[in-house]
Design a protein around this ligand. Sequence first.
Ligand code: AMP
Ligand code: MN
Ligand code: MN
Ligand code: MN
Length: 274
Amino acid sequence: MKVDLHNHSYYSDGFFSPAEVVKFAYEADCDLFSLTDHDTTEGIAEAQIEADKLGVELLNGVEISAFWRNMTIHIVGLGVDINNDILQTGLAHNQALRKERAEKIALGLWRSGIKDALEKTKSLSKTEMLTRTHFAQMLISEGYCKDMKSVFRRYLTGKKPGGVHVEWKSIDEVINWIHAAGGKAIIAHPFRYRMTHTKIKNMLNDFKGVLGDGLEVVTATSTDEEVSLGNQFADKYNLLYSCGSDFHGWPNQRVRIGGLRDLPNLDNAVWRYL
Ligand code: AMP
Ligand code: MN
Ligand code: MN
Ligand code: MN
């Protein structure tokens, strides 16, 4: 069974439309697929139309920015009712934080001599949503950096010119939004937070303590060691397993939809509990 439950369209920081993304899932023979844009479900209606046309099984999803001990982490909500008011009020809050942040990022870049960052970045986005990925792509296309890795490091993090501190809502609130909408809450890409393994385990312990449901055990960039550790951690904290490529589709990115290795054990697969 081919499953990919973490993917982006241009309703957040992906390159392609929701319909195009669903088409990739169809071409890759995905049996179950989810569109999980950052802090918005706006792309799902379009994705659903294409999914119905092609016979792809689409699960409603969203990737929500949250705070755990003053660190930003990403919680994927799967199987959510996108008409739920509690969820949509929460997402609207995050969208407002993003708008404010985009202005602050542009101001920081302006102070370091990069003019018109907001206008140039907006012209690169096909929707209202502005993410750091858009700023990164703008800075690359303007020749300030050659790749995503260096642009984040040199411009968009910490005390760098476009590094802006955002206080997202805490994990328990975000889990509540997802549960209110009938979905399952999954910690995304656990090994991408620059945390030690001990810290990751503390995070998972706290996450389970506030009724979080699962862990992304397999992503496109996971190493064998990470899959095996993710598997162990999920078992230790009694979390369901999820898998998703975190596809964004920009020309300089290599991840492909539906190219994930199998989960270590399907009994605990999150889709069996939705
Ligand atoms: P935001 O949610 O607007 O802060 O943007 C975060 C997004 O930027 C993530 O979801 C990734 O898609 C992307 N991102 C963050 N750090 C990096 C990095 N070092 N290289 C490439 N993409 C990154
Ligand atoms: Mn992203
Ligand atoms: Mn993420
Ligand atoms: Mn993602």
